[in-house]
Design a binder for this molecule. Structure first.
Ligand SMILES: Cc1cc2nc3c(=O)[nH]c(=O)nc-3n(C[C@H](O)[C@H](O)[C@H](O)COP(=O)(O)OP(=O)(O)OC[C@H]3O[C@@H](n4cnc5c(N)ncnc54)[C@H](O)[C@@H]3O)c2cc1C
Length: 466
């Protein structure tokens, strides 16, 4: 009997380097292609905000619609399920006589649970899962998941020496879509409780979808050659050029991490190989490491005490938390980043380090509150990258001083851009406005004695050089 397959797209919203799609096309006489939206993604967290907010909805919509276009260009049609995969997939199996389902393998607890539920509802169907999230394939790394090292170096060095990155899969030339199936449209935002106004006002930092992702990769490498400077620019916060900005597309799989790797290798051959090209790959390996370590740690990664089982006396003042969320703490470096996150769904790595450290170590608020808020807002939300980084900021690395860092990374223009109340202040005042009684801007929640040295250093910017 000839197989009738269904490709279940999840966080692999692309036609390039997609093993599930390529294999399904090879093995099946006819294919149904499907993406399902889970209502639970947009439910409210117990702290009040949505688990995934409007910028994430919008970015997802753009990415899924672009996938639909790219599938149609090679003869496929994408069905977009308004309801959970647990309901939609059994309906499609029944309607189209599906024998086999092809999909990317999952790694995080909630996503694995969903897959299990779908599998248990369809015992007669053969499921085929393919690993696609990381640079190094899970079957190729020299560690079992239960033995992933606890430090990144102990992971990175053996993996780099012993593991090769697998080749990418080509885009299928032609898909054998089931004939009478036509693509569907993306559900209205109202289905998930968003208002039209919220939708219209949403402004994700970048457009979702595979084409925009591949364009950005080309721009960041061969077109602009910004990659050559990445090692020295990567701690910036202002504008588009200081880092690759590939994370939103990576999160939904609009781009494959191997595609990025091979582009960097080509760049090294044709343009330049330096510390920057090495560093970008190093960051992709960090992403892998957090994925595998997150798999090892499992559910405790989401808990207040973390997988280190730490007891911390959190103060958890809800008013302070609200001020942190809104970007009205009175600390310009933190507020500018939080306002950018709220408006665009993106924040630089420097911003994330400072805002998380400030929440946990200065405001003494539970890391899971902050991580959940980031999850709600970040268009590049990725389970392990988010929760493992929060864990690291709370329990594994030193305190980061946001006043000192605003000076070290010369954040004046970035702050003036995102905190209009401070837009007219000079380079000293804008970093420590409370020292000058800036009237339009909120007073800080607290100015800590441990910041005194950093404050004095900033004041010296204004002194004439001897
Ligand atoms: C508290 C906190 C939460 C974070 N949450 C997320 C998240 O939900 N999703 C996410 O993709 N990244 C997260 N990061 C990591 C990092 O901040 C972003 O990956 C990065 O800012 C994305 O911008 P970029 O693509 O321009 O990165 P680049 O500097 O250009 O780096 C290239 C790629 O490397 C990977 N990468 C870089 N730094 C890290 C890192 N520290 N951890 C894991 N991967 C990294 C990303 O995939 C990134 O796209 C978080 C960091 C912190 C401190």
């Amino acid at each position: 009997m000839k197989k009738r397959g269904l490709v279940w797209f999840k966080n692999d919203l692309r036609v390039h380097d997609n093993e599930a799609l390529v294999t399904a096309q090879k093995e099946c006489a006819e294919l149904v292609l499907c993406y399902c939206i889970e209502e639970s993604w947009f439910e409210r967290h117990y702290l009040g905000f949505r688990r995934a907010d409007i910028n994430r909805f919008r970015f997802l919509e753009q990415s899924v619609l672009q996938l639909r276009d790219n599938l149609e260009a090679i003869g496929g049609h994408l069905l977009i399920g308004e309801k959970s995969a647990v309901e939609t997939l059994p309906e499609l199996v029944e309607e189209h006589g599906i024998t086999d389902i092809y999909a990317e393998g999952e790694y995080a607890p909630y996503e694995l649970e969903l897959v299990e539920k779908v599998c248990s509802k369809l015992p007669e169907v053969d499921f085929h899962f393919f690993w696609g999230k990381t640079l190094y394939h899970i079957d190729d790394i020299p560690f079992e998941i239960s033995k992933i090292p606890l430090t990144s170096k102990a992971y990175r060095i053996p993996v780099g020496r012993q593991t090769q990155v697998r080749d990418v899969f080509d885009v299928p030339k032609k898909l054998n879509g089931v004939k009478d199936v036509k693509s569907s449209s993306f559900p209205d935002c109202k289905v998930y409780g968003f208002t039209r106004k919220e939708y219209k006002d949403s402004r994700p930092l970048v457009d979702g979808g595979e084409d925009a992702a591949l364009e950005r990769l080309e721009y960041y490498t061969f077109k602009s050659e910004l990659l050559t400077k990445y090692r020295w620019s990567r701690n910036g916060s202002k504008g588009m050029d200081y880092s690759s900005k590939l994370s939103p597309w990576l999160a939904l799989g609009c781009i494959s991490v191997r595609e990025i790797y091979f582009k960097v290798k080509e760049y090294e051959e044709k343009i330049k190989k330096n510390q920057s090209t090495w560093w970008l790959v190093f960051e992709l390996v960090w992403r892998d490491y957090f994925t595998f370590k997150g798999m090892r740690m499992g559910v405790p990664m989401f808990l207040t005490k973390g997988f280190k089982n730490r007891k911390v006396e959190w103060e958890n003042d809800p008013k302070k938390f609200d001020r942190w969320c809104d970007g009205t703490t009175g600390i310009p470096f933190v507020d500018a980043h939080m306002r950018q996150l709220n408006a665009t769904g993106f924040m630089s790595n420097r911003g994330r380090v400072n805002c998380s450290s400030y929440l946990v170590h200065d405001l003494k608020i539970d890391l899971t509150w902050g991580a959940a808020y980031f999850e709600s807002k970040l268009i590049d939300y990725d389970v392990s990258s988010n929760w493992m980084n929060w864990h690291m900021q709370a329990f594994e690395i030193w305190y980061t001083n946001p006043v000192h860092q605003s000076n070290k990374y010369k954040a004046q223009d970035f702050i003036r851009e995102w905190v209009p109340e401070l837009s007219k202040l000079d380079d000293v005042e804008v970093l420590i406005p409370w020292e000058f009684e800036a009237k339009k801007y909120v007073k800080p929640i607290e100015v800590y004695p441990k910041w005194s040295r950093a404050i004095n250093l900033i004041k010296k910017i204004a002194e004439p050089k001897k």
